[in-house]
Write a protein that binds this ligand. Structure first.
Ligand code: CMP
Length: 141
């Protein structure tokens, strides 16, 4: 398996709790490299664009309101098998069902406030990375 990139976003609930560093520590201890990172406060329109794939779901409006409610930390992570390994490190979408040792078990509160996001496929990762970063902002190392 070759090195792969995935997109991660530390959501407004975790930024408010001041656990950016603790989540980054879990990411690094799990063998990922953070090869790009920035803090951004999205507008409602930008949040709607980012979560466009969910636009027909009943939770879309609440999700976009939450995502634009405060700053997020957008990241690019690299590792072998990064997309699926980061989904495992995140744990179940609903933190109440998340396994011990996962980010959502440690910091998530509910399915709406679930601490962090990770791409669900390599194709989604490409789209989500390019939503936030250009190539000059990503540092393979
Ligand atoms: P995330 O991985 O960021 O992808 C979409 C988000 O929608 C998800 O995390 C949850 O925070 C939120 N969400 C709210 N309700 C649901 C639901 N029923 N199923 C999936 N995601 C949901």
């Amino acid at each position: 398996m070759s090195i792969e990139r995935t997109f991660s976003m530390i959501k407004p609930d975790s930024v408010r709790k001041n656990v950016i560093g603790q989540i980054n520590s879990m990411i690094e201890k799990a063998g990922f490299k953070i090869i790009a990172q920035k803090m951004v406060h999205l507008t409602m329109r930008q949040a709607e664009h980012f979560y466009d794939i969910h636009k027909d779901r009943p939770f879309y409006s609440d999700l976009c309101n939450f995502l634009s409610s405060g700053p997020v930390v957008a990241q690019v992570l690299s590792k072998d098998n990064a997309v699926s390994d980061y989904r495992k490190l995140l744990g179940s979408t609903n933190p109440l069902e998340a396994e011990e040792g996962t980010i959502r078990k440690a910091y998530g509160e509910s399915i709406d406030y679930n601490a962090a996001h990770g791409s669900d496929s390599p194709e989604t990762a490409l789209r989500e990375i390019s939503f936030f970063f250009n190539n000059l902002e990503i540092f393979d190392r």
